[in-house]
Design a protein around this ligand. Structure first.
Ligand code: NCC
Length: 276
């Protein structure tokens, strides 16, 4: 298959990736006593549309970026997993509209997901690296981490905070876009939270800026801006097909290469603005 151009790729994503969250009426959930904890509506119909959105990767290269003010000037900001703002405002800002978390964060003891106030800002959206399947019943019986148990617990403790779960179909539809646009076979693991969040924001916003997903001149082996741990795999990927994801985002970028180099900034259009 020949390489698609940026605009063609954007249209493929618009047509072939459905951004769906679980709702109360979906099987098998509809039959469960806790179904009412799930939202009755889709995330996309509950929030937005926004004019401008910022996607803040957790990369170490955000450190000393001074991008905080610029990030906060967007109408909506998405952050990932345990990435904090307190103490890092100058570099990453303080606004959190959506926090996308993987099910490992929800389940692992060290993150204190149920009680840490880090998770109480904004709308929560979680996802589970489900096995290569989009069948809800199959997934429910074999999640990677206990996402549903933790979801129910969290909802009981924080019933007022909006909290959605991504349909695993989205992971694999997006994975397929990556695979079909690469010359070689990629690992059958879902895309990173960063790419999932980017596509989510492209469906909620007219224009999206993604920060330090494509590394700037500040590129570093430091994994996260908020931790001392270093590993180049955080930027290039091991489990997630990160290198391929970044390749795809580079192709879709409508900003300049200088923006990437100086600010780690990529500019993507909202999916609704596309004339496909
Ligand atoms: O590291 P993580 O991601 O939380 O980062 C969020 C997103 O930022 C982008 N990123 C991060 C670091 C870096 N140097 N470069 C980057 O581009 C990526 O797009 C990434 O998705 C995840 O995707 O959910 C991930 O989560 C962590 C971990 O589970 C959480 O941080 C909680 O501790 C995974 N790490 C491990 O499992 C050890 C990571 O692989 C992916």
């Amino acid at each position: 298959q020949s390489k698609l151009s940026g605009p063609e790729l954007l249209c493929q994503i618009k047509k072939m990736v459905q951004i769906t969250t679980l709702t109360q009426d979906m099987e098998p959930f509809a039959g469960f006593p806790w179904a009412s904890q799930l939202s009755p509506r889709q995330l996309i119909s509950d929030i937005g549309p926004f004019k401008t959105c910022a996607v803040v990767s957790s990369a170490g290269s955000l450190k000393n970026s001074g991008l905080g003010k610029e990030i906060d000037a967007h109408d909506a900001v998405i952050r990932f997993n345990a990435a904090p703002t307190t103490g890092f405002e100058k570099d990453v800002g303080s606004k959190t509209t959506v926090r996308l978390i993987n099910s490992q964060v929800m389940a692992s003891e060290d993150h204190h997901f149920l009680s840490n106030s880090l998770y109480s800002a904004g709308i929560l959206v979680s996802w589970d690296p489900a096995p290569h399947s989009s069948d809800l019943r199959e997934w429910y019986n074999k999640t990677d981490y206990p996402i549903f148990k933790q979801y129910q617990r969290y909802r009981r403790l924080h019933p007022q905070q909006p909290f959605y779960i991504l349909h695993p179909r989205m992971e694999w539809q997006l994975w397929q876009r990556i695979q079909d646009n690469m010359g070689e076979s990629i690992q059958k693991n879902p895309p990173s939270s960063g790419l999932l969040g980017t596509v989510l924001m492209m469906s909620l916003c007219e224009a999206v800026h993604v920060y330090e997903f494509l590394p700037s001149r500040r590129k570093t082996e430091l994994c996260h801006y908020y931790q001392r741990f270093s590993d180049a795999a955080c930027t290039l990927g091991a489990y997630h097909p990160l290198l391929y994801e970044k390749n795809l985002v580079k192709r879709m970028n409508q900003g300049s290469d200088r923006d990437i180099y100086m600010y780690g900034r990529v500019t993507l259009p909202g999916l609704k603005t596309l004339n496909c």
